[in-house]
Design a protein around this ligand. Structure first.
Ligand code: ADP
Length: 152
């Protein structure tokens, strides 16, 4: 059974995240969308809500599950018997950052391989931080988030 972890803050999940997971479905038997919890920094949206939204978005995908974790992503992968990490790449800046993270992760654990999927062009400008900013000032975020959820 080939298991992959798609880690992130998902604060909140966006159309870009959804697209990455759906495109990775044929590659893995099981995909765990995993919210990394940062002890020092509370999220903008509550963790319970973020988990609930991701579950709703992938309710039609039996091979997708949703978890949260503390600590190192590679340790969570080991715990879940995951052989792969999935990351999305929007821009060259993402690439530079993700390359360092992937290299560090491969030093920490040789048993976890990172795979990158390019963002679809129409989602390149969508980031969770922009969605939070629009939400904070009362703007309409529905065009940036999956159609199956509502965030008031
Ligand atoms: P982090 O908190 O680690 O930045 P995010 O929750 O923002 O995590 O994103 C998790 C993953 O989803 C990252 O690999 C990121 O590159 C990817 N991602 C974020 N936004 C998009 C998008 N619009 N299209 C495709 N992938 C994205």
């Amino acid at each position: 059974m080939k298991t992959a972890v798609f880690p992130g803050s998902f604060d909140p999940i966006t159309l870009g995240h959804e697209s990455i997971v759906r495109r990775a479905l044929p590659l893995f038997d099981h995909i765990i969308v995993a919210i990394g919890v940062n002890q020092d920094k509370a999220g903008y949206f509550p963790l319970g809500k973020r988990l609930e939204w991701i579950k709703a978005v992938f309710s039609d995908c039996p091979s997708v599950s949703v978890e949260s974790y503390n600590g190192l992503t590679v340790d969570f992968c080991k715990k879940m018997n995951a052989s792969h990490l999935i990351r999305g790449l929007r821009t060259s800046a993402d690439f530079e950052f993700e390359r360092s993270v992937a290299h560090v992760n491969s030093r920490l654990s040789q048993s976890v391989e990172t795979v990158f999927l390019l963002t679809q062009p129409e989602y390149v400008m969508i980031t969770s931080s922009i969605v939070r900013e629009v939400h904070k000032y009362g703007g309409d975020i529905s065009q940036f988030i999956p159609r199956s959820i509502r965030i008031d």
